[in-house]
Design a protein around this ligand. Sequence first.
Ligand code: SF4
Length: 384
Amino acid sequence: MTTRADRCPGVFRTHEAADGRLARIRLTGGRIEAVALDALATAADDLGDGGVELTVRGNVQVRGLAPEVVEDFARRMEVAGLAAGAEHDRVRNVTVSPLSGRIGGRADLWGVAEELDRLLRGSDAARGLSGRFWFGLDDGRGDVVGRSTDVAIIAAGADEAELLVAGRRTARLVSLADAPSAMLGVAEDFLRRAEGHWRIGSADTAVVDAVFSGAAAHGRPGSAPPVDAGAIAGSAGSPRVGWMEQTDGRVLLGAVVPFGRLTAEQARYVAAVGAPVIVTPDREILLADLSETVAETVVRVLAPLGFDFDAGSPWTRYSACTGLPGCDRSRADVRADLAAHLDAGTATASRGREHWVGCERACGSPAGPHVLRIATEDGYHSAG
Ligand code: SF4
C-alpha cells in the first residue's frame, strides 16, 4: 500500500526544487488559448525563471518561483483560466490525441475532453485523486493508449469508443456522449478501493481486477479496431513537426524547441499568432487552424527565434531531465552535457530516441521506445 504523500506539483501546491518552487499547470489535452499563453509567459517572466517548460503529459510548468510569489502566481493562473481552484487543480490530467478533429483519427475528441474536465471540476470525489492519475482520449490512431494512462478511451468510430483501464481493453463500447461520465465513474470506483494507491496500475491485482470488472458495467460489448503499435511518437510514428494540412484545408504547424523549454519571449510570440495552441505529450508545440499565408509568416518569424519546424531536428529525438542546478539529486548538468554532445555533431539521423538524466529516477522519460543515458560518477551509461 502506498503511504507516501503525493507531492505531484500543481499551481497551488508547488514543488520545492533546488532552483526554487516549481508550479505545474494542467492543460486539458495540452490546449491553451493565445490569451492564456500570453498571461503565462508574463507570469513566468515576472515571477519565475523566465521559462515555460513542456511536460510529457502535454502540461506546462514554471520553475524558480520564490515562496513569497507562489500565491500571486496561482492567482494569475486562476485569472487566466489555467487553474481550477485548489481542490481540483492537480486532478485534471487529461491527454488527447493532439491532431484529433484536424488530421486523421476516427473521431474529434475535444468536446469529450471539455466535458470530462467539466465533470472533474464538479466532482467532490475526484478531489481525492492523486495528481498523477491520468485520463487518456485516443482518437483511434494509438498515440495516447500506449502512455500508461489510468482510464482511457480509444475511438472505435465517429460516435463510440472502447474503455481501457490501466491500459487493458475492456471490450466495452460507450458512446462519446457517455464517455466522460463513464471515465469519471471508473476513477471514482478506483478511489473507493484505492487503499492509498495513486495509480490503478500500481494497485493490488484484486483492486485492478475489481475496477476492471466495474468498467464492464458501462456501454455495450464491442471493441475498437487495433492500432498501430508504432503510433506513439505521432500520427504515424513520426514527429508532429513541420507543415501539415488539416482536413478542412487549413494548415497546422508543429515545432520543437531545445529541451522542450520556451523562453517567455518565445511563448509570447506563439501567443501573438492568435491561433489555438496545443502542447503534445512529445513536447511539440502545434499551431492550428492557420491560413497558408499566416502559416508562411509564422514560420518566417518563429524559425529565427529558435523554433525548429524540421521533422529531422535532433530535438524530436533528444530530451533531458532538469539535472543540475535545478535538481540537487542530479550527478551532472545534464542539459549542458547533452547540448555539448549535439554541438559536437555526435547525433545521427539513424538513431532512435535518447533521454539524458542525472539519476535513475529518469524524470520526463518519453513514452515510446528510447535509450536512457544516465549520468554516473564516471560519465554517462546507457540503459533501455
Ligand atoms: S531524473 Fe534525477 S536528476 Fe533528473 S530531474 Fe529527476 S530526480 Fe533530478
